[in-house]
Write a protein that binds this ligand. Sequence first.
Ligand code: BG6
Length: 478
Amino acid sequence: IFGATGDLARKKLFPALYQLCMLGHFPRNLNIVGYGRSPVDIHAFVLKQCANIKEDQRLAKEEFVKNISFHAGGYSAPESYVALDQTIKEYEHGSPGNRLFFLSVPPTIFGDVVEQISSSCRALEPGFTRLMIEKPFGKDSATFDELNTKTQQFDESQLFRLDHYLGKEVILNIATLRWANQVFEPGWSKEYIECVQLTFKEDLGTGGRGGYFDGFGIIRDIIQNHLLQAFMWLAMEPPASMNAAEVTREKVRLLRRVKAPLLGGGRKRSVFLGQFAASADGDQKAYLDDETVPRGSRCPTFAALVLEVDNDRWRGVPFLFTAGKGMDERVCEVRVRYKPQPTGSMMGVTAQNELVMRVQPDESVYLLTTAKEPGITAEQVRKPVVMDMNFREQFEVDSPSTDAYVGDAYERMLLNAARGDQTLFVSAAELVEAWRIFTPLLHQIDAERPQPVLHPFGVLPAGYIEWTAQRGCTIRDG
Ligand code: BG6
């Protein structure tokens, strides 16, 4: 793990590795080597970085942490990587081992690490050498291209570009919902669907990460990657098979049909930008009060935009993307709104069906429908009814009688990378298209610096609801 002293390693990577060893997916004698600039006291390091592990009786935490070591060295110092290679060879006892490198490092040193791994730390054949790399995958088309050049010493099959949203259960379930059920796919098109809403909200600010965030903004942080990946699974054509190459082909085909949004002007403006101010009670500070944020920054912490797909299935259906920090709750969900049924008026009903996929918290899929309330009089009362599939209840998650288990996304990503399965990773071809869609807009925002709508922490920006309604996507509660 490059960047082993960091936040991601503490919050996600060490706990995920523990789970994988504990559940028997990874061998118990796995060697985990942390890499960082300065030497550490290994006991203090493990105590801090493994604090989030939830110990299970099947594997003592003490047993697990025995496998963790630390290698200190500069990120651009070749001799340090030669020494790292020696250390790993000792663990391998002279036979070829499999090496999975996780790069949790800032973009500025990314290139050095990749180059040094390539020249000094490749596994002996037939062991594998794989790189797991995290976003940001550049800031626009040109910087992605640069980054891509840096990884070209490795074959695409060795690169595992991670978008952890692809490891979340409800996103993974989209394919099953669409292609393993009879009811949804025949109506999955512009004939039946009015709009699709993809929403991400966080009840957190930037918490000292503002310096980094300010250079990116919410569109790069959430929409261009996490929400766009959910969109791809929702809107792509069924692939010929579920293997990585076929899935990528269909995702790229879809993205090619997406028009790049631009700021535009007036009522037709296709992008809505906001930034959180202090909360009304003063408990939550404004984005601009984060000391790491440049003064007077106009960086959007809230954004909404509509993407349109120019193909026969989706032409005319707005896909509304909304993402915001400094909101009232932490939630991520997808809502597929069906068109009104012409016979609805005869039944005295105006409500439209909506299929809701709640990615987090409390994973669930539910369908908003209308039903007749039981009663013996002729005046039939029709009421909204929810057909609900709550993952925890439906699958008896964590009950001793089932194997159902909702793991953290990083567990699945590490396991799939170790198995060499790229289906849930992001291909270079997808990123080329993803950046094609967003680069013109992002450049426009960077150059014009439009004033985002300031809104109190925890409250939607004024004008957002009206803005969505003008674009054919009314927001519904519940
Ligand atoms: C990261 C973003 O990719 O995803 C963060 O950089 C965000 O800003 C995080 O907080 C959200 O991930 P999750 O899994 O907590 O929804």
